[in-house]
Design a protein around this ligand. Structure first.
Ligand code: NOJ
Length: 453
């Protein structure tokens, strides 16, 4: 495949970089509330200022231009557009994203918008029960329509949701993410409404002429631990419980059969009309991918990852044990560096979803280092990027997978959700006291990759 329709980019998310939490007419969202709740975020960090991108976006666009990326994936903060999540539009919010979009286009950088990267307007959480309620899905589609009409003349690449798995499992199962709910059934209800919200939104999208739309779901790869049929089945089922759960509905209009069978009444059902609405509702698939594990049906005798009995909740529902190769390198947040995993993952997605085009909408590496001098010498991250981008190119050029782009996570160190500012993923160092940005070694390594490819 030629390089013509392949785009190199970087990704960020509104809540992780913008700051200005009480400015520009923005309403509060669930992460504003969560990050100001004592005990929820490492070191008591909050997202109030983050990278202050709201005021420094021009400098950030310039840094992207210097990096040489041709694409930028960012998200819109719903509560900047509709402070209450519904009702009145905040023109200041529209104006901010207009300036950002126009600034990107002026530098030849194509905007890829994610409509929802976890920052639900707080009113919808407290008055409407958030994603546990179908009403939130309807409000989301209305918000999305406001965005299509405001930005769709210039923005032609859209994603409804980022990592619905995390909203469902971390937000409603384990409770380490906003809104902090702990339950064995709520993840399935939240996921159901998120899928329906995608469907309702795409219906509106297709009434206009605003380009293409997809979804950015995440998945770690699952490699069978052995050649035994039961381990191959375990790996396949684990992928279906992870990526398939949130992606099968928006491509096929159904949940994976294994989930229907195993979960019984705990898995909500789509009506025939909803299935029709959801079927074929992605023009492309986004893949956020960070790591790989081995999967087996029996508990392995060594190198187990996760708890002895799995991690409870959805992990238990899968009936799969995860393990690792002791030689795999690990990032600061414990994720294994396995470049071949992304290649296999891309092949799996391509095959399962009937050759829909794919974008790697996130991939990156955490190195916890607050000392600027040593943090900018991030050879570990540079190697990570070299390894993973090489594997993506192999998937495209050698395996024929229609991968259309790679968005590195992330442009600059930012608010890493419950981990606060400690876990840094940026190619640019952000000093959270002065807000000064300094490119790291990985920035230049990525610049080189872009230049050569
Ligand atoms: C996925 C999420 O989309 C992003 O917000 C997060 O910072 C990265 N993974 C790293 O954990």
């Amino acid at each position: 495949m030629s390089n013509e329709n392949f785009i190199w980019g970087v990704a960020t998310a509104a809540h992780q970089i913008e700051g200005a939490w009480l400015e520009g007419g923005k309403g509060l969202n669930t992460w504003d509330v969560f990050s100001h709740t004592p005990g929820k975020i490492a070191n008591g960090d909050t997202s109030a200022v983050a990278c202050d991108h709201y005021h420094r976006y021009e400098e950030d666009i310039e840094l992207m231009a210097q990096l040489g990326v041709k694409g930028y994936r960012f998200s819109i903060a719903w509560s900047r557009i509709l402070p209450q999540g519904k009702g009145a539009v905040n023109e200041e919010g529209i104006a901010f994203y207009n300036k950002l979009i126009d600034g990107l286009l002026a530098k030849g950088i194509t905007p890829f918008i994610t409509l929802y990267h976890w920052d639900l307007p707080a009113t919808l959480q407290f008055e409407n029960d958030g994603w546990l309620s179908y009403e939130t899905a309807e409000y989301f589609a209305e918000y999305a329509d406001v965005c299509f009409k405001a930005f769709g003349d210039r923005v032609k690449h859209w994603m409804t949701f980022n990592e619905n798995w995390c909203s469902a499992v971390l937000g409603h199962g384990i409770g380490c993410f906003a809104p902090g709910r702990v339950s064995r059934t709520e993840p399935y209800i939240a996921a159901h409404n998120l899928c329906l919200a995608h469907g309702l939104t795409v219906q509106k999208f297709r009434q206009g002429d605003w380009g293409v739309i997809g979804i950015a779901n995440n998945c770690d790869f699952r490699e069978p631990l052995t050649d035994k049929p039961e381990d191959k089945a375990a790996a396949q089922e684990a992928l279906e419980f992870f990526y398939g759960w949130l992606t099968d509905p928006v491509v096929f209009g159904e949940y994976p059969a294994i989930m229907v069978e195993r979960l019984g009444d705990r898995l909500p059902k789509f009506t025939p009309e909803q299935k029709e609405m959801l079927k074929g509702s992605c023009d492309f698939l986004g893949l956020n991918h960070y790591t790989t594990h081995f999967a087996s049906r029996e508990k392995p005798t060594a190198n187990l990852v996760g708890g002895d009995e799995g991690n409870g909740g959805i992990d238990e529902d899968q009936q799969v044990f995860l393990s690792r190769d002791p030689d795999w390198l690990q990032t600061s947040n414990g994720w294994f560096v396995v470049p071949w995993g992304i290649r296999k993952m891309l092949n799996w997605v391509y095959e399962r979803y009937n050759q829909l085009p794919i974008y790697v909408t996130e991939n990156g590496c955490c190195v916890a280092d607050n000392d600027e001098k040593s943090a900018i010498s991030d050879g570990f991250r540079a190697d990570f990027i070299r390894g993973y981008t090489e594997a993506v190119v192999q998937a495209r050029e050698e395996d024929g997978v229609d991968v259309r782009g790679y968005f590195g996570w992330t442009l600059m160190d930012n608010f890493e959700w419950a981990k606060g500012y400690e876990m840094r993923f940026g190619m640019i160092f952000c000093n959270f006291d002065t807000l000064e940005r300094t490119p790291k070694e990985s920035y230049y390594a990525y610049q080189e990759i872009i230049r050569n490819r």
